[in-house]
Design a protein around this ligand. Structure first.
Ligand SMILES: [Zn+2]
Length: 126
């Protein structure tokens, strides 16, 4: 249990509604699909709920490897796909962009974020 559980769940639902229940790395329904942050959310907390800072990805095909072995071919492939998805020529430029997004993003207001996501989800469902 963490204070982010509710908003993390809503954010995942919101992304699935918009992008489909697919692994964006492989463009299919890989096992264990979840929200994968392009930059670590522990270090960059203001990117936690930034749509452009995340992709939906399978845990076993991609996410696990980016966390545990960045030099594994699955992690390398995931990085390559993230650049394609975000349309950036290299990791440095993508990172520079996301760091700017982080710097101008407000501090996470979990109550407001939950309210926003619930509203958006109800609109998308209608
Ligand atoms: Zn996958």
């Amino acid at each position: 249990m963490s204070r982010f559980d509710n908003t993390d769940k809503l954010f995942f639902k919101y992304l699935v509604k918009n992008r489909g229940h697919i692994c964006e790395i492989h463009q299919r329904e890989c096992p264990g699909i979840g929200t994968m942050h392009i930059l670590p959310k522990g270090i960059y907390p203001r990117l936690r709920y930034s749509e452009e800072a995340v992709v939906l990805a399978g845990w076993f095909c991609s996410h696990y490897w980016t966390h545990h072995d960045a030099r594994n071919e699955k992690a390398i492939y995931a990085e390559k796909r993230i650049l394609e998805i975000r349309n950036y020529p290299n990791w440095e430029e993508l990172k520079e962009h996301l760091l700017l997004v982080e710097r101008i993003a407000p501090k996470n207001d979990l109550k407001m974020i939950a309210m926003y996501l619930k509203k958006e989800l109800s609109t998308l469902e209608a």
